[in-house]
Write a protein that binds this ligand. Sequence first.
Ligand code: SF4
Ligand code: SF4
Length: 277
Amino acid sequence: MTEQIPPVNQSAIDVYPLCQPDPSKSCGACCGLYNWEDHSRKALIPLLEKRSALFFSLGRDPEIFQKACTREKLPPDSKLLEEIHNCEFLGFLDGKKKRVGCLLHPSVNEGRDLRDYCFYGKEICAGHFCPSHTHLTRVEQKSVLAAIEDWYLYGLVVTDIDLVKEFFHHVQNRLGDSLREERLEKWRVREALREFFALKESWKFTSCRKRLGKYYFSHSEYQVARIEYEKDWRIKPSRFDKILLSLESDFQTPEDILEAEAIIEGKISGFLRAYEG
Ligand code: SF4
Ligand code: SF4
């Protein structure tokens, strides 16, 4: 597969600063990347590898590729939400498998825009910018970009507006000041931020239900999850409630919640030490 993937046109990276920000990472969330019951890194890597290998080995012909996907029964897993399209043309764009993206994009196909072969069509694909583009402030966007160099975690975090905003809310309240973009240049600050965001992938209290961030999926519908503090344990909601929901938390006891809060507190304190140090 490595030899078959052509170099990507750098100009595509420059035009889509959140989607294709740099050679170390990219996002494919709105193309259905995580809309699988099992959207773990381990499950997604072989799927993206197979799609790219097929696409490039079949001469980048979308119709032949689609037939091959049907023949190979790609993908094998069930979707989280049936109504969201999981595009078969999402794959790895580089041989090192650092960037996910659109195999039909002109930057991958020597200027030919093949996105009309997709369910959405090229106008919708080209014109779509998710809410993170407008809802995250510049410094919030820069923080995610500076902290994460990994497509899997990057896509999960850059589209989780609550997680990013809540982190900023807590640290800025404690600082009594806005986060300054120039401090993100410090390696320790970026590392502490990455450690917080990495909770998305390694959270001790992850729910077994079908979840993606704060949403849970049931009978082809999705709803915002809730943690029933008062009803289940007669306690007040956690100060980190939004973060706990973004992390897909499911708790069995109030002690679990205390432990979860301590973990988050530790990440926030670690960030503040690095930032102020
Ligand atoms: S989800 Fe947002 S950041 Fe990710 S590829 Fe789509 S538009 Fe870009
Ligand atoms: S064709 Fe459209 S939906 Fe499919 S991967 Fe490309 S941009 Fe995403």
